[in-house]
Design a protein around this ligand. Structure first.
Ligand code: SF4
Length: 248
């Protein structure tokens, strides 16, 4: 497992200045720039040296955070890197969350084939949370780990990318983006307003542990979830396509 910054896999491809990223809805500000990329690169180096969570230190493996593009102002935020994502060196590769990749592929969009083509991808917690003594297994990050990592890094990623739309995957990501405890069935699939002005789309995590909730929101099977995601991605790709006026 390469550490952040050691492999090009971990270098963000953000191409806009923070100001232009904040104005991603405006094609006039759509030119690639270097400031956001440099800031995110510096952030990655900081993450690589971060030891703020002693609970993660014994089997610390670095995150697959900060992948993708920032210039469209779209962020996809998960909970924490899982084992498979770490092994493959890219987020949203675990069996459960790979459904996000499948859903985008099903769209067959000529420009956006991978999540990294469309989104800036990151997690609440940048290090892999594993149960004690089982470094290859996954566990839910603790409240303290989430609060620490969000305060140190996610808030700065949000400020640098300046998203217009954020997809929050799961209860923890939704809770932190909305700043309050939530009942996922009540907010799933609704665009909510973040105090900073961008919009947040909470999505129930496709884990089988959420089976009852997934049925409640009309997504009783992985296939139904994938089809739903494909519709969400279709809307977002149209939004991005609309940022770039066609030649007369
Ligand atoms: S989870 Fe975040 S705050 Fe905690 S050690 Fe890893 S990078 Fe640092």
């Amino acid at each position: 497992m390469a550490e952040i910054g050691e492999s090009s896999t971990f270098v963000p491809t953000a191409e806009k200045s923070s100001r232009s990223a904040r104005s991603a809805d405006n094609p006039a500000h759509g030119h690639p720039g270097g400031r956001a990329g440099r800031r995110l690169g510096a952030l990655l180096r900081e993450i690589a040296g971060c030891t703020q969570c002693p609970s993660l230190a014994p089997h610390r493996q670095f995150a697959v955070a900060s992948h993708g593009v920032a210039r469209f102002g779209l962020m996809l935020i998960g909970e924490a890197p899982g084992r498979v994502s770490l092994e493959q060196g890219r987020p949203f590769s675990n069996p459960r969350s790979a459904i996000f990749r499948d859903a985008l592929a099903a769209l067959e969009h000529p420009r956006f084939r991978e999540l990294e083509d469309l989104f800036y991808l990151t997690d609440l917690v940048k290090c892999h949370p594993a149960p004690a003594g089982r470094s290859t297994a996954n566990r839910t990050p603790s409240t303290h780990e989430v609060a620490t990592c969000v305060a140190r890094f996610l808030t700065r990623e949000l400020a640098t990318v300046g998203p217009s739309r954020v997809i929050a995957v799961g209860r923890l990501a939704t809770r932190h983006l909305l700043g309050r405890p939530v009942r996922m069935a009540a907010v799933h699939g609704l665009w909510c307003r973040h105090p900073a002005g961008f919009r947040v789309l909470p999505l129930m995590h496709p884990s089988p542990r959420n089976r009852r909730g997934l049925i409640q929101v009309g997504l009783p099977s992985p296939e139904a979830y994938r089809r739903y995601l494909t519709r969400v991605f279709r809307v977002l790709t149209r939004h991005v396509d609309g940022l770039f006026p066609e030649c007369a």
